[in-house]
Design a protein around this ligand. Structure first.
Ligand SMILES: Cc1ncc(COP(=O)(O)O)c(C=O)c1O
Length: 456
């Protein structure tokens, strides 16, 4: 077979990829894009660090949308994708390829309990969650109503937007499918919806309310409850252990599917799955972000006994992409071989314990939430009122950026009354960070906090 001829030199192609952009090119693309861009242009990434077009280096505690868990341009991923690219770049959805087969084997060897059936897409979390909706409706004919939680985020497609809360500025139009989705109160203990202040007096009143809303308030047959075991965009809020166990028990007894969205959680919390942390297994779970090793991937994983799709019900042009499977396969093996879950727990515990010491010193630090390297710091104006310190949080993040550390910012949640929550600073670096990196993160956090407090 003849080799296709190269039309361009290496240098020509390199110049398209890493060549310096002119101001004119940047200005024009801002005008031509339907979506806004930031001003900063990332050119290279290595390990936990990104470098911008001006040559400044940053330790990235956002892992670029909480995704690059084994580091930017991971050398093993780079090799695998290169090898696969040289071998075969694209096949149609129905066809297995060696990396697709091996990825499914590897992932199902670590999935919890009876979660052993998998569908993979190359689009990400929203598509994985939509597949979970379809799969659960397929397995509970006639039931098409779903419950989701206040402050939840499940994606940006029309269906997943309907499952999500109304993030300020995100949903300027009314999503479709409201008649199929109802919201229930999220167990946000720091701001308990039932007014409880201590775990000692809490009898999971919020769960009792949820049960009553579903049992006596539903008009249609209920198919499932969808939740992030630890709410991520909504403010890094873990579901309490007791709540999760009780919810699982009740959904099982009532034949309601429990569907998890672990988009941000897979490996980041120091465990492969949230099940390993909560000791609770849902009926269906969804992954994206880290699982593709940095390439686009969404995964829906269901109970072994559930009926699967026919070939038209779950299908997409790029869903069998061998590059993504090669990269995802390396990701799973890399986390295992480099013992990254242990590092994640250790660095996470270290950073969290140091932050708790800072909390004694600064009463604007209202709450510190984990586990693993899924760290959220809720900033408040006053410990009595817990009024969200939104501006302080923005200033802290901006100042840290000046000092070369990128922290994440909670997505803005607003109410019609004008109350805004944008007061959680997120620390979610690649899981490969060292103790020195952790110390650097803490040092910059404190110095940026002090600077930001000066503007208050
Ligand atoms: C918790 C959660 N669910 C779902 C999604 C949607 O994933 P995607 O953007 O890949 O569709 C995201 C993305 O940020 C997420 O954080």
């Amino acid at each position: 077979m003849d080799q296709q001829e190269r039309l361009f030199t290496d240098n020509e192609i390199r110049s398209w990829i890493t060549g310096e952009l002119s101001d004119e090119e940047i200005k024009t693309v801002h005008k031509k894009s339907l979506v806004p861009f930031y001003d900063q242009i990332w050119v290279t990434g290595k390990g936990a660090y990104l470098t911008d077009s001006k040559g400044k280096e940053y330790l990235d505690c956002t892992s670029q949308a909480w995704t690059s868990n084994i580091g930017f341009s991971n050398p093993d991923v780079t090799f695998a994708v290169h090898e696969q690219l040289k071998t075969l770049q694209h096949v149609r959805y129905g066809f297995p390829t060696p990396p697709r087969v091996r990825f499914i084997h590897k992932l199902t060897s670590i999935t919890p309990g009876d979660l052993k059936k998998i569908a993979v897409n190359a689009m990400g979390g929203s598509a994985a969650i939509e597949a979970a909706l379809r799969l659960s409706m397929l397995n509970k004919p006639g039931a098409e109503h779903f419950y989701t939680f206040t402050r939840a985020y499940h994606g940006s497609t029309l269906a997943t937007m309907t499952l999500s809360t109304r993030f300020a500025g995100v949903t300027r139009f009314r999503p479709w499918g409201f008649d199929r989705v109802s919201k229930i109160p999220y167990p946000y203990c720091y701001r308990c919806p039932m007014g409880q202040e201590s775990e000692k007096t809490c009898h999971l009143e919020c769960l009792e309310l949820t049960k009553q809303m579903i049992e006596y308030g539903s008009v249609d047959k209920v198919c499932g409850i969808i939740m992030e075991p630890i709410q991520a965009p909504g403010g890094h809020i873990p579901t309490p252990m007791r709540y999760m166990k009780e919810l699982r028990k009740w959904t099982k007894e009532n034949g309601i599917f429990l569907i998890w969205d672990e988009s941000q959680l897979f490996t980041r919390i120091g465990y492969w799955f949230s099940s390993d942390y909560y000791n609770v297994v849902p009926d269906i779970t969804c992954l994206t972000k880290a699982v593709g090793g940095g390439l686009p991937m969404g995964v829906t994983i269901a109970r072994d006994d559930l009926k699967g799709f026919n070939s038209a019900e779950e299908h997409s042009t790029f869903g069998a992409n061998p590059l993504m499977f090669a990269s995802g396969l390396v990701f799973l093996n890399y986390v295992e071989k480099a013992n990254l879950l242990k590092n994640t727990r250790e660095q996470g515990e270290y950073i969290t314990s140091k932050l708790k010491q800072l909390q004694q010193k600064y009463d604007v630090i209202g709450d510190i939430r984990c586990p693993g390297l899924m760290i959220g710091i809720e900033l408040i104006k006053d410990p009595e009122t817990k009024e969200p310190a939104n501006a302080l949080c923005s200033d802290l993040i901006e100042e840290a950026m000046n000092q070369g550390v990128i922290f994440g910012h909670m997505a803005p949640i607003s109410s019609d009354s004008g109350k805004l929550f944008r007061n959680v600073c997120k620390i979610k670096p690649p899981l490969i960070i060292s103790r020195e990196d952790s110390d650097h993160i803490l040092e910059v956090f404190e110095s940026a906090l002090e600077e930001a407090m000066d503007y208050m």
